[in-house]
Design a protein around this ligand. Structure first.
Ligand SMILES: NC(=O)c1ccc[n+]([C@@H]2O[C@H](COP(=O)([O-])OP(=O)(O)OC[C@H]3O[C@@H](n4cnc5c(N)ncnc54)[C@H](O)[C@@H]3O)[C@@H](O)[C@H]2O)c1
Length: 264
């Protein structure tokens, strides 16, 4: 193995990816496994987690990240089944159906998104950091933020939650740096996660099949400087950078993977 190849080799590392049953989480779990990691795939939908795990020779469990006790148990179970917890990817998140004018955002809507996107990230970070500190071998935590964390667009509930994820990331990066635990945020731009896409590395924009797109979404994609949707594997490759030796001296960053969207 060349020296460079060894920098992205995750053999012997154990990872937990939340919301790994589909979309970006599935691509990240797959990429980490391709690099040699053993991956625990969790999802609120157990069947989808099992499907991903069976494709990558990983393990699977049901987990609702908004359930604090379940999160603590899931991180412990990861160590029991895989032997350690070296990499945590906080991918599970909700975004559809939470927009609209502020006066129409009910407490229930607000809490149901924040309980996953913010409470869930915090619970998983806390449980994993506790384990990683005890293990004494450092670790990697990758939190899925969004370009919406720094540019409003989807609505106060979602955009606010992703802004919180960025500051949770920076604060924990500072706190955990002396323990060798790097904490970074990955910020996807608009990413096509509908099943039936062409191969993720195909490069061209996928056909606009599946759920009908709103004019707002279509307009947004037409303004992406690179002229295409993000693909789940775009995020997978960036996550591999953040999970591997390639980013040994990187912590507390907000990494947009957005086809140039944030340059606008
Ligand atoms: N797709 C995009 O354009 C985009 C852009 C920016 C950021 N993101 C972020 O990336 C992450 C993944 O997005 P995606 O597009 O792949 O989403 P997705 O909806 O395709 O998949 C999300 C997965 O998370 C699971 N999930 C939902 N609630 C959960 C919970 N409470 N506990 C555990 N699992 C749960 C779902 O079952 C699903 O498998 C999210 O945090 C999202 O906010 C996505």
């Amino acid at each position: 193995m060349s020296e460079v190849a060894s920098w992205i080799d995750l053999s012997g590392k154990n990872a937990h990816v939340t919301g790994g049953g589909k979309g970006i989480g599935k691509a990240i779990a797959t990429t980490l496994a391709m690099a040699g990691a053993k991956v625990m795939v969790s999802d609120i939908n157990l069947e989808s987690a099992q499907a991903t795990a069976s494709e990558i020779d990983g393990a699977a469990m049901a987990l609702d990240v908004s359930d604090r006790e379940a999160v603590d148990a899931a991180m412990k179970q990861t160590v029991d089944e895989l032997g350690s917890l070296d990499i945590l990817v906080n991918n599970a998140g909700r975004y559809l159906g939470f927009g609209g004018p502020v006066e129409q955002i009910t407490d229930e809507k607000w809490r149901s998104l924040w309980s996953v996107n913010v409470d869930g990230v915090f619970y998983c970070c806390r449980a994993a950091a506790t384990i990683m500190k005890e293990q004494g071998n450092g670790g990697r935590i990758i939190n899925l933020a969004s370009t919406q964390a720094v540019t409003p667009g989807v609505g106060v509930t979602y955009d606010g939650s992703k802004g919180a994820v960025v500051m949770i990331t920076k604060t924990l990066a500072l706190e955990l740096a002396p323990h060798g635990i790097n904490v970074n945020a990955l910020a996807p731009g608009a990413t096509w996660v509908n099943p039936g896409d062409p191969p993720p590395l195909g490069g061209d924009a996928p056909p606009r099949s599946g759920e009908p797109l709103t004019d707002q979404v279509t307009d947004r994609i037409s303004r992406v400087p690179m002229g295409r949707w993000g693909m789940p594997m775009d995020q997978g490759m960036a996550a591999l950078f953040l999970a591997s030796e390639m980013s040994a001296y990187v912590t507390g960053i907000y990494l947009p993977v957005d086809g140039g969207w944030l340059t606008l």
